[in-house]
Design a protein around this ligand. Sequence first.
Ligand SMILES: [Zn+2]
Length: 601
Amino acid sequence: MFPNINRRLAPVLCLLAVVFLTSTPGQALEAITDRIVVLTFDDSVKSHYTVVRPILKKHGFGATFFITEGWDFATNKEHYMTWEQIAELHRDGFEIGNHTRDHKGLNAKNPEALKKQLAQLPEQLEAINRRCEEHGIPRPVSYAYPGNGTHPDAYPILKAAGIKFARRGGAPEFEYTEGKGFAYEPGADHPLLLPTAGDARPAWEFKDFKRAVDQAKFGRISILQFHGVPDIAHPWVATKKEEFEKFMAYLFENHFKVIALRDLEKYVDPDAIPENPEAIIKERQKAVADGKLEPYFKSLATEGEGPPGFPNTLAAKTAALLKLMPIVDLQLKTPEDVELRKGIVYGRGSGRELELDLYTPRKEKEKPVPGLIFIHGGAWRGGKRSDYHYYGVKFAEAGYVVATISYRLLKEAPFPAAVEDAKCAVRWMRSHAAELGVDPDRIGVAGGSAGGHLAMMLGFSSDVPELEGNGGHAGISSRVQAVVNLYGPADLTTPFGIHSRLVKDFLGGRTFDQAPEVYRQASPLSHLTPDDPPVFIIHGTIDDTVPIAQADLLANRLQELEIPFRYDRLEGWPHALDIAKVTNDRVRKAMLEFFAEHLGQ
Ligand SMILES: [Zn+2]
């Protein structure tokens, strides 16, 4: 493949090729990694300037200061910042957010009074906007509901005023007095109704703070709300300086990414509105009432801690380049005890033959063995079946009959061609089971990235006849009995899928708005039903090609439907993580256990 390049360097180049080929071009959203925290400070308190500012600057943290001219802001400059100090916060790089001129909430019980509050909102916002303009501060794009009183009729008003993100308190899931809340779940929470994960109070202890920030994982982002440090004018929400320093030191020492509210735009699309923003709030209220908070605070990961990872993909790539991270031998010599037959035709697609490579243990088999199908990745547009030569050899050595398949890539035909071809390969293996020495009732599938997506489609959509295609072996079931999904996308109807150019290309150039039903049809998750086979998910938390949230979403659904699953959630590992020897060894061993358990080898 790289004739002029040193053989030892070739695998590294392959890794880079895999990582680059599968990276989304354009202004794709960044992956929501664990430990992202948004800091917000309300009410223009003097100590934001005198105490908070130097501490945040020391750590290099971002933050949003929500400015209001409420109470005696105009005259009491002992307790409230001056506009010049606010402008300096902006010049320091912090965000200035809008908290209304008079700290006007939307909390009236009486509908007439509420109507009046809503009617006043535009001028309340505009007054702060004008002040910002006077002081060279950009027009705020973030808003905090004063007194945390919210109302859906405020959304169009906020939108019209240029607000992209609006923060509420921890209520209604928790009582205001508790200062507790849930982390923001992108995709489920409305961008103009972002929950506070923790609202600091004088009685707050370190564990209360930790409870709030430790929710910042599994695709969730913790938004914290502080008032003064200290807060002389509002002592019921004050934080002591020593406490605050301890909190910030914890974030710093544990490598949290600490950002302003406006920075959310790097991770989420503020225009992607969940279908029913009330649903997530109801779900959490029920969890609080039932005392079942585990799904929010505990990982669904099942495999325990993995090998030490990296802070980001670039660091992992650099380690590979510098040979600090050994890579698996992709050109592994086929051993004596494995028979490799290349280029077997398994079906037809777009008028041509579809091929696979077959790895069979040479040892005489007493009885049929399980069959495995491996599906390579490459963003549905690249990659080749020999990318999985290594797995072919290793699993044949372990006694399986293994096929690595080629399928139509999107330059030849878009979705559902690749799905049809993968299904055809299963039908081929099942119809040739006797001659292959395969037990037709024990066929497993594994794939990485786009291949993981196809593996899941095999697992979850065997009951969708319109996805079978007509590549051959009609009338034979394409159902599989076990699925391994290595960092594949499970739900293309999420903001990740909707905004990915690769996904759009894969679906024939159609946007979600043009063809939502195609996005659903192409999403493994939308086909998942309780009778589907066991799944093993392997995904790295710093994956910036397919976000870890995709795996978390899948694990959540599998748990809800009570489908057996394993989940190796590898902290600090990027996309294509199994190219590293240390993770490949771990993952292969776990896959062998998984197949042994569910296919009985
Ligand atoms: Zn306030």
